[in-house]
Ligand binder design. Structure first.
Ligand code: SF4
Length: 419
């Protein structure tokens, strides 16, 4: 399946209003683990420092690979001072940390930071530290980005550095847990696809090539900008559902196989036994989830693939599926698999959405951290969507664990109610 025609979309509620979503800085937490030779320097306020401290669960200055350049009021009095301060902090950092090969300057929301031209700063710093480090920039500001869009921004910043090559290859884009990625790459190799590369790479300096021989397979659904930039460099996008759940993961690999000229029988021979085993592991969770009513509030952009898995494979009933942003091209294969008439919503207006939740009284709500406690207090079980980006949930082998993440809050609530 290398192309999927766009399906007629069900009616989508479009909303904009108060948002309750972590900003793009949060993605630093998984990106810095992925590329140990990169450093993420947040140019921001104490609020930003506090956010990544608490999101990472560690003290910033005890953590070796990300930090915050907090510009004090003195620096913000003049942009020249702020640039000088940034140069000083970067020079200090590079002296202290000889292992850093790529330095991301990450923008944030304070208006003083917005006024700083970080692209220019990166250019200047590249000249100052030529040969020693590559300096890039992107925005993690909460005004422009949600936490998963932060990764999209970081990957886009890397793309201009990727070498050009028209050699055939399969390029998987999107950060996965290393062990999960190893398993997926191993399966694709066993299918007969030889040249599999990943973005981001595990070393920031070992960027894969891209060109007209590149078949692009997205591992994460929130990489709209990255996908566009890779397509501009000649890559061809493989349209497929995302590798969540048994069927999604199977279809994802089958689409890669088809795009790389692998016979469908080879795909069946390899994957069918895995899917059968996965079905047995999934069964007890399906028992808990089947027939339960699910409401997904917009947060991670994983909502549509998750809704597809939870309805198609776990028997849940979808009350509403929200997404912060709906990319119809990247979601075409997923939308085609949602039950007909599924209510979608795009964007966020917390108050109105909570009113709909309260009116519908679903059994489970997938939502951001800030909304979980008020909903639990109203007797509604919740699942934090941010947990999903930190959990190894991709692939056939992980489908049961993914279902378990949703079954657990329902079982817990059941135990609270009946004991
Ligand atoms: Fe808050 Fe903006 Fe900093 Fe994110 S970037 S922590 S939203 S001030």
């Amino acid at each position: 399946m290398t192309s999927t025609l766009p399906q007629p979309l069900p009616e989508v509620i479009k909303e904009s209003g108060q948002r309750e979503v972590f900003c793009g800085l949060t993605s630093i937490v998984w990106l810095h683990r992925r590329m140990p030779d990169a450093f993420f320097l947040v140019v921001g306020s104490r609020t930003c420092a506090h956010l990544i401290q608490s999101a990472a669960g560690v003290m910033i200055f005890a953590e070796p690979r990300f930090g915050t350049a907090i510009l004090g009021e003195r620096d913000l009095a003049g942009l020249a001072d702020a640039n000088e301060e940034l140069d000083r902090i970067v020079a200090q950092l590079l002296t202290r940390r000889p292992e850093i090969r790529t330095l991301f300057l990450v923008g944030s929301c304070p208006s003083e930071v917005i006024k700083l031209d970080l692209a220019k700063a990166a250019e200047r710093l590249n000249l100052q530290h030529q040969g020693r480090v590559t300096v890039l920039n992107y925005s993690g500001s909460g005004i422009e980005t949600t936490f998963t869009q932060g990764e999209d921004g970081a990957l886009q910043a890397l793309i201009p550095l990727m070498p050009s090559s028209d050699q055939p290859q399969l390029l998987i884009a999107g950060t996965l847990a290393d062990a999960v990625e190893d398993r997926l790459v191993n399966l694709l190799t066993r299918l007969g696809i030889d040249n599999v590369a990943t973005l981001p790479p595990r070393r920031s300096t070992q960027l894969p090539a891209v060109g007209t021989g590149t078949r692009l397979l997205l591992a994460q659904p929130y990489l709209s900008g990255t996908a566009r930039a890779l397509i501009d460099r000649g890559a061809e996008l493989i349209h497929a559902p995302y590798p969540l759940g048994l069927q999604g993961s199977r279809a994802w690999m089958a689409a890669a196989g088809a795009a790389c000229g692998i016979a469908p029988t080879a795909v069946n021979d390899l994957l069918d036994p895995l899917v059968e085993r996965g079905q047995r592991a999934l069964a007890p969770h399906r028992e808990t989830l089947a027939g339960k009513r699910l409401f997904l509030l917009p947060d991670s952009q994983l909502e549509i693939p998750l809704a597809r898995f939870l309805s198609q494979e776990c028997g849940m009933h979808l009350v509403e599926v929200g997404t912060p942003y709906l990319d119809r091209q990247l979601m075409a294969a997923e939308l085609a698999l949602l039950p007909p008439g599924t209510q979608l919503s795009e964007g966020q207006h917390v108050e109105k959405q909570l009113q709909r939740v309260m009116a519908q009284r679903p059994d489970l709500v997938v939502c951001g951290l800030g909304l979980a406690n008020p909903l639990e207090a109203q007797g509604i079980a919740t699942k934090w969507s941010i947990e999903l980006v930190f959990s190894p949930i991709h692939g056939i082998d992980q489908a049961a664990d993914l279902a378990e993440l949703f079954a657990r809050p329902l079982r817990r609530r059941g135990a609270l109610t009946f004991t």
